[in-house]
Ligand binder design. Structure first.
Ligand SMILES: [Zn+2]
Length: 309
């Protein structure tokens, strides 16, 4: 960030943000140390505590369901955690208890069965320089997709289930052993704890790009996670958290399926401050390891310039 911009940001009063927006947070891995590869969004506990203490000076943390249901949202914020990393329960919970902050963890139910996350299979093929060979065997992709495979494989025009099936066939034909970064995610019911500060929510069974699936496939993937959560004596959220979280990762079928399953609100992950007045969709921000005050002000400035809302 250049110095002029930094000075400009410094002089934006937090009050301006407070009057119009809620910073709704999304974190992923939260813990003491990170043994993870660079692809995982990890925040250490010291940074987390510092960020949350700063936010508590201006906003009150409530659960995401409370936030959605309350009429006057001014001065409220909420903390969500996606994908169900074990360290959130094993290591970060103490921070939330100390600061008395309620959290909602959005899980993928397939991780409880030890299933390898399909994005890890994609990453494996890239890291092992096997994309060329895979694409030769593929009916979905062609040579033009080789260099851009990580992104093209999550483009909504390719059905994620079919992509995973093709990769699974390839992995089995080639006798490959693929390990899962989701070994770091909940793989046992012991992570579903009954705790006054912890709520669990639906992030779909397999974290597919929903807009790439047909309506029935979307229905099944959302229902499977809903049914799974229904079996436990835990606090449950009535909000659905969209896998990948971008506006291109859901469509009209998603909205219709969610209505059928009684989910009225959708969580997005577009790094935008949530505007009070928008209903049924909640924008979230990913602070990562950034200095939280500058991060908020930067987003604020970007949004008033971009949207004029
Ligand atoms: Zn996710």
């Amino acid at each position: 960030m250049n110095i002029l911009k930094k000075i400009l940001l410094f002089f934006i009063p937090i009050k301006f943000i407070l009057n119009k927006y809620n910073p709704i947070f999304v974190y992923h891995s939260l813990g003491i140390t990170s043994n993870f590869n660079v692809n995982i969004d990890h925040v250490d506990l010291k940074t987390l505590e510092k960020q949350l203490k700063y936010i508590q000076k201006y906003w009150k943390f409530v659960t995401i369901d409370e936030f959605v249901n309350v009429k006057n949202k001014k001065g409220l914020t909420s903390l969500t955690v996606d994908d169900g990393y074990k360290n959130v329960i094993n290591e970060a919970l103490g921070v939330f208890e100390k600061l008395e902050i309620p959290i909602t963890i959005f899980i993928n139910s397939s991780t409880f069965k030890g299933k390898v996350f399909w994005r890890d299979k994609v990453r494996y093929l890239i890291q092992h320089k096997m994309i060329d060979k895979f694409i030769k065997s593929s009916k979905l992709f062609n040579e033009n997709d080789i260099n851009n495979f990580y992104y093209i494989s999550k483009n909504p025009k390719f059905n994620s289930k079919q992509v995973e099936k093709e990769i699974d066939d390839f992995i089995s034909n080639e006798n490959l052993k693929v390990s899962s970064s989701h070994n770091f995610c909940f793989d046992s019911e012991k992570y579903l704890i009954n705790h006054p500060l912890v709520t669990y929510g639906n992030h779909s069974a397999n974290h597919y790009v929903l807009s790439s699936l047909n309506k029935e496939e979307q229905y099944q993937d959302i229902l499977e996670c809903k049914n799974f959560l229904g079996r436990f004596d835990i606090n449950r959220s009535n909000i659905f958290c969209l896998p990948f979280g971008g506006v291109n990762t859901f469509n009209e079928d998603t909205i219709s399926v969610l209505n059928n399953l009684n989910y009225k609100t959708l969580l997005l992950t577009e790094n935008k401050l949530n505007n009070f007045s928008i209903k049924h969709k909640i924008n979230r921000i990913m602070p990562k390891n950034l200095a939280i005050n500058f991060f908020l002000k930067k987003l604020y400035l970007k949004q008033i310039i971009d949207n004029k809302i």
